[in-house]
Design a protein around this ligand. Structure first.
Ligand code: LIP
Length: 293
């Protein structure tokens, strides 16, 4: 005999597992398109927030493939894509998609980029949404990071669990920098002070893989500001289902203002250090942060 609560829980587990499996399948399909596109000439199709924030035709083709396949498989769901495809949800589920995260790496043929696909419920806004399932797929290495809420976090079939933290000076910190020169200067100011206090830093150019690497123990701690929703949606659930935490800067929700990920003890220590450096000033107080200045 299954209680109502038990039935609801079973149903929810089944639903999020189905969304994760759809995301895995579609990430592989988009991955094939991306690898084929990289084999040819890759040119900048246009730029967005600055002259170095680039889009290629492959980014756009990957997003169109993912949008059309989700229309087939999940017609009532919403869509929020980096390259401009958006659709309101009628089911309460929205797919938050970065068709190629790490576009600059892709453009330079550095094999460290990913398809990032997340299914979120509720308001599809960072800090408000509930991430139900997420996948981050590197189509070159064919590494598939995946998680469903309540179902654990995986690399392939290997379950991921964040281990007990190293001391800060033994921790490997990953970060990234904005496309805005003014914001990069601010981010470098903070990183200049943090760098000597850690084992080392890594700036790998793909936020979704940085988050997946936190879940898999390849990175101990991650911190970045000015990310867009599609950069971190899938990585959030991959980290939390591996026992890590996702936090925003100070008391702000995780998102554009800043996102930290890792073991809760390390994240708490980093929050304190950033606050001491005044590295958690709201973006609006940083002159020129969003402009290509
Ligand atoms: C990138 C992120 C990266 C960040 C870059 C850029 P994109 O996403 O994955 O971590 O530092 O500035 O936002 O633009 O390649 O999808």
């Amino acid at each position: 005999w299954l209680s109502l609560r038990g039935f609801e829980s079973l149903t929810r587990h089944k639903m999020v597992a189905e969304m994760k499996n759809i995301a895995i399948q579609l990430a592989r399909e988009a991955g094939e398109l991306i690898v084929a596109g990289r084999a040819g000439d890759v040119e900048v199709a246009n730029t967005k927030s600055s002259s170095v924030d680039i889009v290629t035709a492959v980014d756009k083709a990957s997003e169109e493939l993912l949008f059309s396949r989700l229309e087939e498989l999940r017609p009532g769901d919403g869509f929020l894509g980096e390259e401009g495809r958006t659709k309101e949800s009628t089911t309460g589920i929205t797919w938050v998609v970065d068709p190629i995260d790490g576009t600059v790496n892709f453009f330079y043929n550095i094999p460290h980029y990913a398809v990032s696909i997340a299914a979120v419920s509720g308001d599809p806004t960072p800090g408000s949404w509930q991430v139900e399932a997420g996948v981050v797929y590197n189509p070159v290495s064919k590494e598939m990071f995946s998680a469903a809420r309540g179902g654990g976090s995986f690399l392939g079939d290997t379950k991921l669990q964040i281990s007990s933290p190293p001391t800060l000076n033994q921790a490997l910190l990953a970060t990234g920098f904005s496309y805005s020169q003014a914001m990069r200067k601010e981010q470098a100011r903070v990183m200049l002070e943090l760098l000597p206090q850690f084992r080392d830093i890594r700036r790998q150019g793909t936020a979704s893989l940085d988050l997946a690497y936190v879940a898999s123990g390849r990175i101990d701690l991650y911190f970045e500001r000015t990310l867009m929703p599609w950069d971190h949606a899938a990585g959030e659930v991959i980290v939390t289902e591996a026992g890590g935490v996702i936090e925003g800067l100070a008391d702000m929700p995780p998102g554009r203002e800043g996102i930290l990920a890792g073991h809760p003890d390390l994240v708490a220590l980093l929050q304190q250090k950033i606050r001491l450096l005044e590295g958690d000033r709201p973006l609006a107080e940083i002159p020129g942060w969003g402009l290509d200045s």
